[in-house]
Design a protein around this ligand. Structure first.
Ligand code: SOE
Length: 389
């Protein structure tokens, strides 16, 4: 095996935990041509970061990301910080010759995403690669859904219905974390979870959203300011501050192949914790993916005899399914964390082969244009808005 790929992870919140387990587990279950080595974890709170370095298995803890990306012994920079920091870190890392994996959404604005994509193009010419972390593509059932669409199972795509539903803001006393601050998060449900729904719908269908008509809503406009701001929680105080992002985004979309889509991204779907559902209806069949039932797909074959038609639940747990051969005997299921592990597997495999991994920063920029078009459409009374402008 050639030299290891030494990883520096910038950030240590919820996504830091998910990525840490992936860096640790991927080389133990997949045969990788280059072994990732968990070199440095970077975080501002030195005490917390030192604890997490030990807890999650990083060799070193550091507090200055600039110093870390300048080090010659770092090959990969993994960015798991809030969106407003992505562009600066990613561009600096790519310019320093480090491969970059960046959490979604790629950036907080189209301009930032464009600058990142251009930096990735420059770096790619020198064999340095960048990828954006739309992990749900790596859920075996989602990857299998794409395979089936490519094989023609659904025929011509007429409809996509994609909903990403969470409920962690239903409580009006839930604190004002950084995810509710536009200057840090860029947008609310739209960018945080709507971006996943957009990417997954485009990934499965192989088509892009070309125009959108949408609306955004902030149901609770003021929330308790937190003592310590964290991702999904925090310690509430009596003081209240302004919520500056959307709680919910709803939009319709045209697909590049002529079909139509409807999308929902909300943090107010009472009872729904992390429900991502994408259903594709075509002229030959239909496919439904449900993250809450992530080891299966619902398939409908419209070409079957009329007396045998109906949605059938197919288990996606066979070694012949994407990623599954590396895991357990047929029928044994996977969970949320495996998407991140598969992401590391795909990223490292592409780097070792000297190939551009997907989704690229250009793909992340395209999703950013869709997010931006939804915001512009909402600002213009839901007017149909092109995603290309
Ligand atoms: C929070 O809404 C969040 O953690 C997203 O940021 C993640 O991307 C998604 O996987 C789960 O929900």
């Amino acid at each position: 095996m050639s030299a290891p790929l030494r990883v520096a992870m910038i950030g240590n919140g919820f996504m830091g935990a998910a990525h840490s387990q992936a860096w640790r587990v991927a080389p133990r279950f997949f045969d990788l041509d280059r072994e990732p080595e968990m070199a440095v974890i970077v975080g501002r709170d030195e005490q917390k970061n030192a604890h997490l370095a030990e807890h999650w298995g990083w060799q070193e803890a550091a507090s200055d990301w600039r110093e870390v990306i300048a080090r010659d012994d770092i090959d990969i920079v993994d960015i798991v910080t809030p969106g407003h920091t992505h562009a600066e870190i990613a561009i600096a890392a790519l310019d320093a010759g480090r491969h970059v994996l960046c959490e979604k959404p790629l950036a907080n604005s189209v301009d930032e995403a464009e600058a990142m994509s251009r930096a990735a193009d420059r770096a790619g010419k020198a064999g340095t690669f960048a990828m954006v972390g739309f992990t749900y593509r790596r859920v075996p059932a989602a990857a299998f859904a794409r395979q089936l669409v490519r094989e023609g199972f659904v025929g011509k795509v007429r409809h996509v219905r994609a909903d990403y539903l969470q409920d962690w803001l239903v409580d009006a006393e839930s604190p004002l974390t950084w995810r509710l601050d536009k200057s840090k998060a860029g947008s609310g449900a739209l960018g945080d979870i709507g971006a996943h729904a957009i990417d997954l719908a485009q990934f499965i269908t192989g088509e892009n959203l070309t125009r959108v008509s949408g609306t955004l809503e902030t149901f609770v406009t003021e929330r308790p300011i937190v003592g310590e701001r964290q991702g999904l929680s925090g310690t509430a105080s009596d003081e209240r501050g302004q919520v500056t992002v959307d709680d919910c985004a709803l939009f319709m979309a045209s697909l590049s192949g002529g079909g139509l889509g409807t999308f929902t991204a909300t943090r107010f779907a009472t009872g729904r914790k992390n429900a991502l559902r994408v259903e594709i209806s075509g002229d030959k069949g239909a496919i439904a993916f449900d993250l809450e039932d992530m080891n299966s797909l619902s398939l409908y074959d419209a070409t079957a005899p009329a007396d045998r038609q109906g949605f059938t639940k197919v288990l996606v747990t066979d070694p012949s399914h994407p990623y599954m051969a590396a895991w357990w005997p047929a029928g044994h299921m996977l969970g949320y964390e495996h998407g991140f592990t598969h992401q590391v597997r795909d990223f490292v495999t592409a780097i070792a082969a000297g190939e551009q991994p997907t989704p690229s920063f250009a793909d992340g920029w395209q999703v950013q244009r869709v997010l931006d078009a939804v915001e512009r459409s909402a600002g213009a009374g839901s007017a149909w808005t092109d995603t290309t402008s």
